[in-house]
Design a protein around this ligand. Structure first.
Ligand code: SF4
Length: 72
């Protein structure tokens, strides 16, 4: 099992994650990315999703210009 974590506070809404990995990411109405079907931490605002396979998530993380996508 892996986990994708998105620090939404840092996101600049460039859209790269959505382009490279629409399976997990989309740009939400507030102009920042979100992780589809994720849990949002009310304190940090981070989205977190447990995944079996990283798939395109790693590419999205590598492409993020502000490095706010983390795979653990
Ligand atoms: S690649 Fe990073 S900065 Fe760009 S929309 Fe996705 S999370 Fe936000």
């Amino acid at each position: 099992m892996s986990k994708i974590i998105l620090e939404r506070e840092k996101c600049i809404g460039c859209g790269s994650c959505q382009t490279l990995c629409p399976k997990y990411f989309e740009i939400s109405e507030d102009g920042k990315a979100l992780i589809k079907n994720s849990t949002r931490d009310p304190k940090t605002g981070n989205d977190e999703l447990e995944i079996n396979k990283t798939e395109c998530g790693q590419e999205a993380a590598d492409s993020c210009p502000v490095q706010c996508i983390h795979i653990k």
